[in-house]
Design a binder for this molecule. Structure first.
Ligand code: 5GP
Ligand code: ZN
Length: 115
């Protein structure tokens, strides 16, 4: 499984940098965003280093499906019981800051800033 030693989220996945993890299995990790834009703001990432949605191929379909399937479960577990948003920022014009694929899950009572 690819690991980029210079990638922040690879280092979080490897346990080299602390994060408030809320879920992990052999393929995925989810943790709280360090600058939450909503009362519940989680990031779901694959352990495998994938730069972003622009780099996925057919071989990643099951992995992407698992990321999406995990979102509602974790949203509810973390208290977003009345709905949530899912966002994947891709590339410079997409506002991507960390170049390791991640799914934002944002929920909790409104109003809150759309990030
Ligand atoms: P992007 O703009 O790339 O879609 O989002 C990157 C997200 O990662 C941002 O919401 C930012 O707050 C979050 N983030 C950046 N560095 C860290 C970190 O070291 N730990 C955690 N938990 N989140 C981070
Ligand atoms: Zn990475």
């Amino acid at each position: 499984m690819s690991h980029d030693p210079n990638c922040l989220f690879c280092r979080i996945a490897a346990g080299e940098i602390p994060a408030q993890k809320v879920y992990e299995d052999d393929e995925l990790i989810a943790f709280k965003d360090i600058r939450p834009a909503a009362p519940v703001h989680l990031l779901i990432i694959p352990r495998q280093h994938i730069t972003g949605l622009g780099d996925v191929t057919a071989e990643h379909e099951a992995l992407l499906g698992r990321m999406m399937t995990l979102a509602p479960r974790l949203a509810v577990e973390q208290g977003a019981t009345n709905g949530f948003r899912t966002v994947i920022n891709t590339g410079p014009d997409g506002g991507q800051e960390v170049y390791h694929l991640h799914l934002h899950v944002m929920g909790g009572p409104r109003p809150w800033k759309h990030g």
